[in-house]
Design a protein around this ligand. Structure first.
Ligand code: UDX
Length: 428
């Protein structure tokens, strides 16, 4: 099939490249000229494992352009994959989606399916439909479909090709048939529902996962106060099939481009529809408090922070990505700096991006350089290379053998045996 993708961020690019891998012909469009220039020269503007290989493999089936017209004309299915960032009041900014809908309307020349892939509040498909109706120049039919993405950064390619489910929100048989054909090669369950339900599935899923994380973080705090071990509690809870073991990892809270924004948007749309989703407000509060408590943990261990050197390991919001959007590290570094600490940091992928946020901290080439002459090491992202550190070497390089671990990557008993003061989350 012939597919147009509008927006070449994590979602758009992964969708486009994976659809080419499924055998479709794809035109990927973005209004960022630099991004398209990079893509045309074979460089990826983002780090996503496996994506570079697939782009090379399918290069004959993928075209790049800065002109929306190229995504619309001659294509049967057009995906909207532009950003829906949060406004200051938590509502999603849908102006990019609206602009794209107007542009699509301009070039609509035959029946087409317009698919919203970006995460949007319930009823957005109706708005896209109204907008295209209003601005279309030719009297042609079209359908709007909601097909939310559930891609995790770092495993996006795998998540696209082997998803737990594919959700398709449609209002016509014709669109349903085409969408099922598009995903024919993917063997996962396909759920075909109305557009509103599809839109809600996305917000409800992400908000539920965020709730799980805040829940286990709250339990971790009770563990600390009572002397229990959150890792053992999570294991015992997770073996109950109704609960499940995933997303029960206590830490410094969730970040990233999705959870914080989607929880905000779901609170906002619920309120707009007349329901106070107070549970989600608490989920958000617990997430923010988790970072505060972690900073307090650092202070409780080091006492005053003024002129102390704190070595940070991990800056991205989670491992295997260079993404620092809403990363807890940004909040924590900012606060430590305000308290007078000097920061040294290392991350395998995210330092280039973090330099734009904090140009004035010291970036190191490896974890050992971070530890050298620092007053403690703080772990903020659970990159697998940190699990393999030569801890004896780290201990010798530190001013004091202190590790404060926001991701529970080491065993406390083993660390104490090695002579560390080791503080982690929800366990002693
Ligand atoms: C998420 C959803 O998983 C995906 O379905 C959606 O489409 C986009 O948002 P992503 O943002 O890439 O994907 O990250 P994810 O792996 O879900 O992790 C989100 C955050 O939660 C990270 O900051 C992570 O550190 C944190 N997390 C996750 C925990 O703190 N504990 C856990 O048990 C799991």
């Amino acid at each position: 099939m012939r597919v147009g993708i509008i927006g070449c961020g994590y979602v758009g690019l992964t969708t486009g490249v994976c659809l080419a891998e499924l055998g479709h012909r794809v035109v990927c469009v973005d209004n960022d000229e630099e991004k398209i220039k990079k893509l045309l020269s074979g460089t990826l503007p983002i780090y996503e494992p496996g994506l570079d290989k697939l782009i090379k493999k399918n290069k004959n089936k993928i075209k790049f352009s800065t002109n929306i017209k190229d995504a619309v004309v001659n294509n049967e299915i057009i995906f909207i994959c532009v950003g829906t960032p949060s406004n200051p009041d938590g509502s999603p900014d849908l102006s990019y989606v609206e602009n794209v809908a107007r542009e699509i309307a301009k070039y609509l020349d035959s029946y087409k399916i317009i698919v919203e892939k970006s995460t949007v509040p319930v009823e957005t498909a109706d708005w896209i439909k109204k907008t295209i109706e209003r601005y279309k120049k030719n009297n042609v039919e079209f359908d709007v479909v909601s097909n939310p993405e559930f891609l995790r950064e770092g495993t996006a390619v795998h998540d696209f090709l082997y998803p737990d489910r594919i959700v398709i929100g449609v209002e016509s048989e014709k669109a349903k048939k085409s969408m099922l054909r598009l995903y024919q090669k993917i063997k996962s369950p396909k759920i075909v529902v109305d557009t509103k339900s599809a839109e809600l599935i996305k917000h409800a899923s992400n908000s539920f996962l965020a709730t799980k994380i805040s829940f286990i973080n709250a339990v971790a705090n009770i563990c600390e106060l009572s002397g229990a071990d959150v890792e053992k509690v999570a294991l015992g809870m997770g073996l109950d099939k109704r609960i499940g073991k995933d997303f029960l990892k206590a830490g410094i809270g969730y970040g990233g481009s999705c959870f914080p924004k989607d929880v905000n948007a779901f609170i906002w749309i619920s309120e707009k529809l007349g329901y106070d989703f107070s549970l989600l407000k608490e989920v958000k509060k617990i997430n923010e408090r988790q970072r505060e408590l972690f900073i307090k943990k650092i202070e409780d261990t080091l006492w005053t922070l003024k002129d102390k050197t704190i070595g940070i390991l991990g800056l991205s919001f989670k491992p295997n990505t260079d993404d620092i959007r809403e990363a807890p590290s940004i909040y924590i570094i900012k606060s430590l700096k305000e308290k007078g600490a000097k920061i040294k940091a290392y991350d395998p992928k995210a330092m280039v991006k973090m330099k734009q946020v904090f140009p004035d901290i010291t970036y190191c080439d490896n974890p050992y350089e971070v530890a050298k002459n620092s007053d403690c090491v703080v772990i903020l992202t659970e990159w697998s290379e940190f699990r393999k550190l030569d801890l004896k070497k780290i201990k010798n390089l530190l001013n004091q053998p202190i590790i404060i671990d926001g991701r529970n990557i080491f065993e406390p008993q083993k660390m104490t045996k090695l002579g560390f003061v080791y503080k982690c989350i929800g366990r002693k």
